[in-house]
Design a protein around this ligand. Structure first.
Ligand SMILES: C[S@@+](CC[C@H](N)C(=O)[O-])C[C@H]1O[C@@H](n2cnc3c(N)ncnc32)[C@H](O)[C@@H]1O
Length: 186
C-alpha cells in the first residue's frame, strides 16, 4: 500500500473517531454548545467559590466554565468530564498554555454517568431536559447531601430551586442542593 493512501486512511479513521465522540455526547445528554462568555461571567459574579472546594462540570465541553471559575478563585479544585474529544482536547491545550495557572484542573475523557462524583462540592450541568431523569438519579445517588447542583437553561422538573438567577438575553441558572434531588427520588 502506498504511504499516502495509508496516511489518508489513518487520518480518516482519526477524524471519524473524533466525530463519533461528538455524536455520543449528543445522543447521551446534550450536544456540545458552550456557555457564552457573558453568561459565564454572569454566573460567577453571582456565585461564591470557596477555597479548597471541588467544582465539577459534567459535560464540560471546552471547560470554559471551569477556566472562568479558576480565574476567579485559583484555590478551588476543578474537574471537567466530557465524552466528546475535540472540545476536551482544546481544553487540555488551553490548560497547557496556562503554564501552571490551571494546575488545579483535571480533565477526564469519559461518561459522567459512570464516574464517582462523591468528592464534588459543586456540580454544574448544562444538558438537555430529556436527560434530566437519568441525570437527577445519578446526582442523587452519587453526591453528598450538601453538594450544590447548578443547572443552566431549564429547571429540574418537580424540584423547587433554592435560588435562580436570570440575565437579560441569556440562559438562567437554577441552584439546588443534592439533598433535594435525593428527597425527590425517594
Ligand atoms: C451543552 S454542552 C455544555 C458544555 C459546557 N458545560 C459549557 O457549559 O460550556 C453539553 C456537553 O455534555 C457532553 N456530554 C453529553 N453527554 C455526556 C455524557 N454522558 N458524559 C460526558 N459528557 C457528556 C457533550 O459532549 C457536550 O460537550
Amino acid at each position: 500500500m502506498q504511504l499516502s493512501l495509508l496516511l489518508f486512511l489513518v487520518g480518516f479513521g482519526v477524524m471519524y473517531l473524533l466525530l463519533l465522540t461528538f455524536a455520543l455526547g449528543a445522543l447521551s445528554a446534550a450536544p456540545w454548545v458552550p456557555t457564552r462568555k457573558k453568561t459565564r461571567r454572569f454566573l460567577f459574579d453571582n456565585l461564591e467559590l470557596r477555597d479548597g472546594e471541588t467544582v465539577c462540570d459534567i459535560g464540560c465541553g471546552n471547560a470554559g466554565l471551569l477556566f472562568e471559575a479558576l480565574d476567579r478563585n485559583p484555590r478551588i479544585r476543578a474537574v471537567g468530564i466530557d465524552v466528546a474529544l475535540p472540545p476536551l482536547l482544546y481544553a487540555m491545550w488551553h490548560r497547557w498554555r496556562g503554564r501552571g495557572r490551571y494546575a488545579n484542573l483535571r480533565l477526564v475523557w469519559g461518561n459522567f454517568y459512570w464516574r464517582d462524583l462523591g468528592a464534588m462540592d459543586t456540580v454544574f450541568c448544562f444538558l438537555l431536559p430529556r436527560s434530566y431523569g437519568k441525570v437527577t438519579a445519578k446526582l442523587a445517588k452519587s453526591l453528598k447531601d450538601s453538594a450544590r447542583v447548578i443547572v443552566e437553561g431549564w429547571p429540574l422538573p418537580g424540584i423547587e430551586p433554592l435560588r435562580e438567577i436570570r440575565q437579560p438575553g441569556g440562559l438562567p441558572f437554577f441552584f439546588y442542593e443534592a439533598r433535594q434531588l435525593k428527597a425527590a427520588k425517594a
